[in-house]
Design a binder for this molecule. Structure first.
Ligand code: COA
Length: 205
């Protein structure tokens, strides 16, 4: 919740009204439309035609294992546009971030960080103990963001991607919930460690 308040404060300082972060509806008539919006954002954010098809997004949105969080802006007519998204898949006590994207026109406003922090807090609240992801070793923007969210480098997968780039495996422990509010939420943000490890990864890439 604090991440959302932070995000609203950041964006209210700009002229882009944001309706906040919220989970995609996981059932009902609007799932296909949300999957199409996610696919459109994915294509804008990833070169070479995006990461997932609309059908894959729809499958993820409907999956009980997946937490799909979106950031929407609101136009004058009340129409909403998806401008950021973070998908997390949880198996047992491990939550894995599988997709993160913010529209190029709205970057460096804290949307990505808010999405990741909120996804971590929700995973923790749902009982996950570990938060994991893979990222291209040369993706400096994402690496810096993840470092701010408390993720540290746990390993490297050489030539993991088709074009030969290495993947870095990043992870964070999610401390157990205490007294109804997660330690992350009570602290008002992401875990504070991690930036140094990610800085090292950036200098070694
Ligand atoms: C990575 C991405 C999600 C960041 O979204 P964002 O909303 O711009 O990120 P934020 O504004 O929350 O940035 C938080 C911090 O991350 C770091 N960061 C973000 N973008 C950066 C950039 N281009 N260069 C260097 N640092 C960057 C900064 O430390 C930033 O804080 P600051 O703005 O106060 O310096 C966005 O660039 C994106 O969609 N990229 C394409 C898809 C992608 O690579 N996804 C990750 C796959 S693992």
């Amino acid at each position: 919740m604090l991440h959302m308040l932070h995000l609203l404060a950041v964006l209210s300082a700009s002229d882009m009204p944001l309706s906040g972060l919220r989970a995609f509806p996981s059932a009902g008539a609007t799932v296909a439309a949300h999957a199409a919006a996610a696919r459109a954002l994915d294509r804008v954010c990833y070169p070479k035609d995006g990461m997932w098809s609309a059908a894959q997004f729809e499958e993820e949105i409907r999956s009980p294992r997946t937490a799909a969080l979106g950031a929407w802006t609101v136009g004058d007519s009340g129409d909403e546009a998806l401008v950021g998204m973070c998908f997390t898949s949880t198996v047992l006590d491990e939550a894995s971030l599988t997709s993160l994207a913010v529209h190029p026109r709205l970057r460096r406003r804290g949307i990505g960080e808010a999405l990741v922090c909120e996804s971590m807090a929700r995973a923790q609240a749902a009982g996950a103990a570990h938060f994991l992801l893979e990222v291209r070793s040369g993706n400096e923007a994402a690496l810096r963001l993840y470092g701010r969210c408390g993720l540290t480098v746990a390993g490297r997968r050489p030539r993991y991607y088709r074009d030969g780039e290495d993947a870095l495996l990043l992870s964070a422990s999610l401390p157990a919930e205490v007294g109804g509010a997660s330690p992350m939420r009570r602290a008002g943000g992401c875990l504070s460690e991690g930036a140094r490890g990610v800085e090292r990864a950036l200098s070694n890439k």
